[in-house]
Design a protein around this ligand. Structure first.
Ligand code: LMR
Length: 328
């Protein structure tokens, strides 16, 4: 066991290394949009920075910019190509301008659990998709899981008919738009940092996100409870530019990629627990979490799952089949 004092010493050493990016160290900037702590992505990004700053000290120095402080998800991909950042982890829903294959991950009710997600993303089919944007100058270094999504609105949602006529914020994903339209509701694409304000002022009535995002962004404060639909995956692609990766010294690159691989596995293993903790945090904060009966949940499946057919050609029936099989 590691003592609290040792942990504290390690933490101070890391922040000292952070502060002291020296001239002869390569700076690796990582920009993301979520909370710095208590969130699967925020925690994974810090874990990666801690390892890089400790193990590659003197060669590289990693700085993390959370909470959209450096770039939004719609700007960060350009920033990678311009060399303004070296790492990002936008959700897989946000790559439509570069590849349509990742629409797979947005199909409603595709994965039944985070274990199934892990089985698929570590399979040959899943790993093969990491290179889907190589021709556009991007390389996926790994999938960072974040959780399954839940619906909320300014009124209780029990059946899909409760959502009819409402406006929901969605990510920049046409699959999400189709899914919301299937509810006879309307979808509005908005940047993540705009969601709280849009819910508060009534620009949109509802949203869909993970327990961790709903808790750390405080969406529950401006919604009438959260409905436990587990209807869709939120996962990220840890992504870099092929130019940056190809330009690294091969030995350094190997050591860096080993750290990435280990952090990815460790972070993904703790996502389910973090999600449950944030679900409990929402309840502790006084918001209502509505559980659905199997029949009620099936009603959401029946309405939303038919959108798969619209996107099958973009993704490929073989990949959809492989993902479905990961549920077994
Ligand atoms: C969203 O826009 O809702 C998410 O992609 C934000 C995130 O990175 O979790």
């Amino acid at each position: 066991a590691v003592s609290a004092a040792a942990l504290f010493a390690a933490a101070s050493a890391v922040s000292a290394a952070d502060d002291a990016c020296s001239d002869d160290e390569m700076v690796i900037k990582f920009s993301h949009v979520v909370a710095d702590q208590g969130h699967p992505k925020g925690d994974a990004a810090r874990m990666l920075a801690d390892r890089v700053n400790e193990e590659l000290d003197g060669e590289a120095c990693m700085e993390v910019f959370p909470n959209s402080t450096l770039f939004d998800d719609d700007k960060v991909l350009e920033a990678l190509l311009l060399g303004d950042v070296q790492l990002a982890a936008p959700s897989l829903a946000k790559f439509e301008a570069y590849t349509l294959k990742y629409r797979l991950y947005d199909l409603p009710f595709l994965f039944s659990s985070l274990d199934a997600v892990e089985r698929f993303t570590t399979s040959d089919a899943g790993k093969g998709m990491l290179t889907a944007m190589e021709d556009k100058g991007y390389m996926g270094l790994g999938y960072w899981s974040s959780g399954l999504k839940q619906f909320s609105a300014n009124k209780p949602l029990i059946l899909p008919t409760d959502a009819a006529g409402l406006k929901f914020r969605v990510q920049t994903s046409d699959v999400a738009v189709a899914m919301i339209n299937a509810l006879d509701a309307s979808a509005q694409k908005l940047a993540f940092k705009e969601v709280y304000g849009a819910l508060q002022t009534g620009v949109v009535d509802g949203q869909e996100n993970t327990w961790s995002n709903i808790y750390t962004q405080k969406f529950f404060e401006v919604q009438d409870g959260i409905t436990e639909t587990n209807h869709q995956l939120l996962a990220y692609l840890l992504v870099t530019s092929t130019d940056w990766l190809d330009g690294l010294d091969p030995d350094f690159r190997d050591r860096f990629l080993t750290i990435v691989e280990e952090v990815t596995a460790e972070a993904n293993a703790s996502v389910a627990a973090k999600e449950q903790a944030n679900r409990a945090n929402i309840i502790d904060a006084g918001s209502e979490v509505r559980e659905l009966s199997p029949e009620e949940r099936q009603a959401w499946v029946d309405v939303m799952k038919p959108v798969w057919a619209e996107f099958e050609n973009d993704i490929g029936a073989d990949l959809i089949q492989a993902a479905v099989e990961s549920n077994n």
